[in-house]
Design a protein around this ligand. Structure first.
Ligand code: URA
Length: 207
C-alpha cells in the first residue's frame, strides 16, 4: 500500500481542533469537513485526465479535464461526514455505501449494507475518518476487488490512522492510503490513541 501523510500548518490546525474534547459537535463537523477537503483533494490528484481544446477570452489552447469516473464510498456511519467535501470538490463523482458495525468482542467488522455504482475503470475513493484495527478498511477493499475493481484504482482516505490498521492494509501493494496523521496505537477498546474519540458520535452529536 502506498502511504501518503498530509503535511502543513492548516492540517495541524484543523486536526488539533478535532482532537480537543472541548470542541462542540458543530465545530467538529465544520473542521472535519475542512480537513476532508484537503485529504480528498490529495486523493483526486492522480485521477486520469484528457486534453480538450478550447478558446479562452484571449486565445485558444489545449487544456486538461478529468476523464476518469470517480466513485466515493462512505463507510457508514462516520464516513458520511466526508461525503459533503467530496461532492463539493467533485460534483460529478458518484456515491456508494458500505455499512459495517464492529463486533464489540472481536472488534471485527460485520457488513449490514453494501451498495455502490460499479463503473469500469473508475477510481474508487473510500472515506472513513478513522483507520483503527483496519478490519473495516480491509473488508471494504476486498468487497471492491471482488467486484472487479483493480487495486491501483482504490484509495482509502482516513483522518487519523493507527499503525495497526496501516499494517493490516500493507498487503494491498497497489492501493493508496491518504491520512492526516499516523497516531501512536490502539487502546484495549479499539480506540486510536491519542486520536479524537468516536468520530461518528462526535460528528452526529450522539451522547
Ligand atoms: N473509530 C472511532 O471513531 N474512533 C477510534 O478511535 C477508533 C475507531
Amino acid at each position: 500500500m502506498k502511504l501518503k501523510i498530509l503535511e502543513g500548518a492548516l492540517k495541524e490546525e484543523l486536526l488539533t481542533t478535532l482532537r480537543n474534547r472541548e470542541t462542540s459537535p458543530k465545530e467538529f463537523r465544520e473542521n472535519l469537513e475542512r480537513l476532508g477537503t484537503l485529504l480528498i483533494s490529495e486523493a483526486l490528484k492522480d485521477v486520469k485526465t484528457r486534453t480538450v481544446n478550447l478558446k479562452t477570452p484571449v486565445s485558444e489552447g489545449n487544456f486538461r479535464k478529468i476523464s476518469q469516473e470517480v466513485v466515493f464510498i462512505a463507510i457508514l456511519r462516520a464516513g458520511l461526514s466526508l461525503i459533503p467535501p467530496a461532492v463539493n470538490l467533485y460534483p460529478k463523482g458518484r456515491i456508494g455505501f458500505i455499512g459495517t458495525y464492529r463486533n464489540e468482542r472481536t472488534l471485527e467488522p460485520v457488513n449490514y449494507y453494501v451498495k455502490f455504482p460499479k463503473v469500469e475503470g473508475a477510481k474508487y475513493i473510500i472515506l472513513d475518518p478513522m483507520l483503527a484495527t483496519g478490519g473495516t478498511a480491509e473488508q471494504s477493499i476486498e468487497i471492491l476487488m471482488e467486484n472487479g475493481i483493480r487495486e491501483e484504482n482504490i484509495t482509502f482516505v482516513s483522518v487519523v490512522s493507527a499503525p495497526e490498521g496501516i499494517e493490516r492494509l500493507r498487503r494491498f501493494k497497489e492501493a493508496t492510503l491518504i491520512t492526516a496523521s499516523v497516531d501512536e496505537r490502539l487502546n484495549d477498546y479499539g480506540y486510536i490513541v491519542p486520536g479524537l474519540g468516536d468520530a461518528g458520535d462526535r460528528f452526529c452529536g450522539t451522547d
